[in-house]
Design a protein around this ligand. Sequence first.
Ligand code: GLU
Length: 474
Amino acid sequence: MSDHSNNNEVSFFNDVLKYFDRAAKFIDVPEGILEQIKHCNSVYQIRFPVKIGNDYQVIEAYRSEHSHHKLPTKGGIRYSMGVNQDEVMALSALMTYKCAIVDVPFGGAKGGIKVDPRKLSAEEMERITRRYTSELIKKNFIGPGIDVPAPDYGSGEREMAWIVDTYATFFPNEINALGCVTGKPVSQGGIRGRKEATGLGVYYGVREALSVAEDCARWGMTPGIAGKTFVVQGFGNVGFHSCKFVHQGGGKIVAIAEWDGAIYNADGIDPMALEAHRNKTGSILNFPGTTTIDKYAALELECDVLIPAALENQINKDNADRIKCKIIAEAANGPVTADAEEVLNKKGIYIIPDIFLNAGGVTVSYFEYLKNISHVRFGRLGKRYDEAAGRNMLSVVEQMTGNMATSAQRELIERGADELDLVYSGLEETMITAYHAIRNELHSGAGVPDLRTAAFVTAIKKIATSYNSLGVFP
Ligand code: GLU
């Protein structure tokens, strides 16, 4: 999607403060503790020169650590021309609440580098990333026990590999150096399943919401993802993987919007084939069987679930009254403004909030971090033991019954979990448990008005318990 939202006058951080205040009314925590939780603890603004082409450019960059109630702090680094201090602060605050909701024991942080990655060569990106990392090192804003970045909009495995390499060069004796950043390539200490984690988490979250029969009845739907219509904004890492898992789960993706336009097909779009088309042509447009439509009009199509998976402020006071879906599944951070939310709530649209729904990324980052500081791959110890146990059980059953298992049955029972199995299983468990925690808060009888407020209430209550040592809670 475009680097600039179409509603730039909104302060993203103010929206987050509004959500916080709305939730705080339902929480019995001393005012001073709420004040401590609410604001950003440390915000670092950096400017550094980098040689771009034959010129030197001053790069503006940030790292905001919102909350140190748990360490390290955690959150991605965004590379975009839309980066500014307000945005980075807002995103760091969302990280704090996100981690609390999914029980990931980190405070929230976020970084931003104001560049357009599409206009930079790989060498220039590397220079910028390494310099940014060394600036963070100088001010103690990175480290396995301090603050652990990850990918975000405009960054991925490649950038994370440069970051860990820079960090390890500065700290050759740091045994946990790999834990200074997550989202790394598997060959550099990454974990299998991290790349698709946010999209897979979005899928698990939406699937869980659509599994509650009484809620579906209220939305005028039958339970289950199969056959439901989806519109997705953004076909980057999160958008693509959300599409992939929704499609595999039987959902019908009728439209996908990107920065250069949107495509529509009432019979559904196959995301894997679309990905191949984009790799070949450089754009999702002109994908066989689809018609091209306006990228903003796509959001206003009638559908069951709208998944904004790009940037913040995409559904705002200008287009909120034209949104016609039943559910908005916030795969991006902050795609709906507070103003828009009022309109959408009145229309009865159910919003599954970002601080729950896109937490799959940081959840698997947490697994990667655990792998890095424990220096062992998940599944290494137990896989073959579990396989032997399955084999033994099968042979006992065969002896007792006199029947031989088919090869399909054998494969099912004799299989030990590898790293990817464990990551998917841990992510699925996390998303299902967290969904019901926030849904229960919504239906607790306290009068919490919507699922976002319920998610904030859940998060703030958990964070507040970290201040028990101050003696404020008996
Ligand atoms: N950038 C991602 C997010 O917004 C992932 C953060 C992480 O893995 O630390 O949640």
